[in-house]
Design a binder for this molecule. Structure first.
Ligand code: F6P
Length: 356
């Protein structure tokens, strides 16, 4: 059997753990296995950059962060557009797959990656997709790998801020990754006792943020912690069209939403407001134990799907069970936080403000 592996899009913890799961799962069942690793995601598949991997490559990588194959962003919307030299990328990917005579291509990645995986499925390739992203926004799976590892990192950052914020009676904003969805901010915020959590799915009202800070002051709590998603948006801005918002941003000095909020807080309360942006540390370091187990399971289930010839699927985890979900049913959909969900209601009941 010959399989290809590629990791595409923003990296995260446990990509290696997932590939190890696939290869170990196949090695136990298949007599002769050849594994080709495409370098830097779809780029490697397009331009024929790959290497033959052996079992040694998959030893000792369960705990290793990043990806042994490298990754890159190759936007889905550009896939049908020829490259600078006129190369048809889709045809090139198909041709490299067929040249190697692959039985299956295992693709690890997030939403954009999944759309291209589905495109390759439509083009007749045997595809298995594994759901990767710290954002946990892939539709059709309860969990993506990388998410809990990133929650741990974001949580640790907020924990550290907590002690210094308390010493100085300051307002602190920790900006958490997540442009379109707020799962990471929601979990890290709750887990680290943030007082205000702002998500892209719940546009915030500046007055409500100020109310929450003043309420804490009245209770004798001089500091406030805000966990703010990169993609958090004010009610005012959410009402604008994309074009209007773009124009407004062009004239703003702030590098991100957190700095806008910090300035607003300082102006309206007189309190010092500081911003911390952990940024790409969210995706770094080794995977947490949960992700190691998850990836071993997803990888093993992927190996079974390949042996059974059940291609065209994402290997998901649903209600604690690994399941195959057809790519055509999930590609292009996002799993967003429902503002009315129980988790939000429960968090609100404990006094957390969502700025709404
Ligand atoms: O999709 C994962 C993610 O880390 C997002 O949370 C974040 O908004 C984005 O990638 C950052 O992308 P880049 O690494 O290209 O700056």
């Amino acid at each position: 059997m010959k399989i290809g592996l590629l990791t595409s899009g923003g990296d995260c913890q446990a990509l290696n753990a997932a590939m190890r799961g696939v290869v170990k799962g196949l090695s136990e069942t298949v007599d002769k296995l050849e594994v080709y690793g495409f370098e830097e995601g779809y780029k490697g598949l397009i331009y024929g950059n790959y290497r033959l991997l052996t079992s040694v490559d998959f030893s000792g990588i369960l705990t290793k962060g990043g990806t042994i194959l490298g990754s890159s962003r190759q936007p889905f919307k550009m896939m049908r557009i020829p490259d600078a030299n006129g190369l048809d990328k889709v045809e090139a990917m198909k041709s490299n797959y067929h040249k190697l005579n692959l039985d299956c291509l295992v693709i690890l990645g997030g939403n954009g990656t999944q759309k291209t995986a589905n495109l390759l499925r439509e083009e007749g390739l045997n595809i298995i997709h594994l759901p990767k992203t710290i954002d946990n926004d892939i539709y059709g799976t309860d969990m993506t790998f990388g998410f809990y590892s990133a929650v741990n990192i974001a949580c640790e950052a907020i924990d550290c801020i907590h002690t210094t914020a308390a010493s100085h009676n300051r307002v602190f904003i920790v900006e958490v990754m997540g442009h379109k969805v707020g799962w990471l901010t929601l979990y890290a915020g709750i887990a680290s006792g943030a007082d205000i959590i702002l998500l892209p799915e719940i546009p915030y009202d500046n007055d409500k943020i100020i109310d929450a800070i003043q309420k804490r002051k009245k209770q004798g709590k001089g500091f406030t912690i805000l966990a703010v998603a990169e993609g958090a948006i004010s009610k005012e801005d959410a009402a604008l069209s994309k074009k209007e918002l773009k124009k407004k941003r062009e004239n703003e000095p702030h590098p991100s939403v957190s700095y806008r909020i910090a300035e607003m807080i300082t102006q309206r309360t007189g309190s010092e407001a500081r911003v911390t942006v952990p940024g790409h540390t969210h995706r770094g370091g080794s995977p947490c134990p949960y992700d190691r187990v998850l990836c071993t399971r997803l990888g093993s289930a992927a190996a079974k799907a390949i042996v059974d010839g059940k291609f065209g699927n994402m290997v998901a985890i649903i209600n604690g069970e690994t399941k195959l979900v057809p790519l055509e049913k999930v590609a292009g959909k996002l799993k967003m936080v429902d503002p009315g969900c129980k988790l939000i209601k429960e968090a609100k009941r404990t006094g957390i403000s969502f700025g709404d």
